[in-house]
Write a protein that binds this ligand. Structure first.
Ligand SMILES: NC(=O)c1ccc[n+]([C@@H]2O[C@H](COP(=O)([O-])OP(=O)(O)OC[C@H]3O[C@@H](n4cnc5c(N)ncnc54)[C@H](OP(=O)(O)O)[C@@H]3O)[C@@H](O)[C@H]2O)c1
Length: 282
């Protein structure tokens, strides 16, 4: 019988790609999002349909705005996740929840492992950590998949921003070089999640691309594909005066994923090139 999944945040950047991938894989998928479904509405959560898995891709994801909208960020990423987890525990539905590298403070100069101690630097990271903690306490069967720096169709993302600037004829761009992460293509992440659902693994697991780079190096790589003559200049994040402080180094270690799945995630350059070649950013 086909596996039944309910995808929350199904219209978002990851949720829409996951919905498509799960449907193509033959799963019976119910995809829910605002305005019809609000994860902060306890009655709506209590009325979620029966399923084998709930995949929670819903989230308050504006990292800078979260500094001013702390309560809303916590309501969506913390309290609502707690409600979903309790629902899952009561109904014996397994929960796969998406979390973030921003639960870490970025001072460890090596990739973060699943059991490193979180210490978020900003309100978004704190709200995501609250969600993780609520799931772990809930008694629900769960996987918490931490990922980072997503790009893909149906969403605002760094590749779109840089590629569009270059396409519009901007000859010079300044990009921060003091934040190191690992850009991850949502299509690759969705495939990895589907494979993970078929395993018996439960708990926290890091899933992001192989490799690492600064936003400056990422922009250089994008420019090399679509506007090789453009000049990309490195600048300090201090120049941008963003509301939220971000970790300086938040690459996630994939050792556990690689051990479990017997393979590496695709490299971020492969994801970027595939995304640009498919023209999904236009
Ligand atoms: N993007 C990244 O770089 C990144 C990195 C690490 C982890 N993550 C995590 O990955 C997950 C998916 O992120 P994403 O990039 O796909 O974000 P996204 O494009 O913003 O998708 C999130 C979806 O959740 C929906 N949503 C917001 N509030 C909701 C509510 N109250 N009830 C129901 N749905 C609600 C959003 O709807 P609206 O658009 O209408 O608000 C949106 O469709 C999130 O948990 C995020 O924290 C993302």
């Amino acid at each position: 019988m086909a596996m039944k999944t309910v995808v929350l945040g199904g219209k978002g950047m990851l949720g829409s790609v996951f919905t498509e991938a799960a449907t193509s894989a033959g799963m019976k998928v119910t995809s829910l999002d605002l305005p019809e479904f609000d994860i902060t509405d306890a009655d709506q959560v209590a009325g979620l349909p029966s399923a084998d898995w709930i995949i929670n891709c819903a989230g308050y994801t504006n990292v800078d705005n979260a500094e001013q909208e702390r309560e809303l960020a916590l309501a969506v990423n913390g309290t609502a996740v707690q409600n979903v987890a309790k629902f899952c525990a009561n109904t014996s539905i397994a929960l796969l929840h998406i979390s973030t590298d921003y639960v870490f403070n970025g001072t460890v100069k090596r990739p973060y492992c699943e059991d490193d101690v979180p210490e978020p630097l900003n309100a978004y990271g704190s709200s995501k950590l609250a969600g993780e903690q609520a799931i772990r306490k809930s008694g629900a069967e769960h996987i918490i998949a931490r990922t980072q720096s997503l790009f893909g169709p149906s969403g605002h993302n760094f590749v779109n921003t840089i590629a569009r600037c270059l396409r519009e004829g901007r000859e010079e761009l300044q990009v921060v070089d003091d934040q190191i992460s690992c850009p991850t293509y949502t299509v690759h992440l969705a495939e990895a999640i589907l494979e993970l659902l078929a395993t018996s693994y439960r708990g926290i697991i890091n899933i992001s691309s192989t490799g690492e780079c600064s936003w400056f190096e990422f922009a250089q790589a994008i420019a090399a594909e679509i506007a090789p003559d453009a000049v990309i200049k490195p600048v300090s994040s201090k120049v941008y005066n963003q509301s939220a402080v971000r970790p300086a180094y938040s690459v996630l270690s994939k050792s556990l994923y690689e051990q479990l799945m017997g393979k590496e995630m695709p490299h971020w350059l492969d994801g970027m090139r595939t995304y640009l070649e498919n023209g999904q950013w236009v």
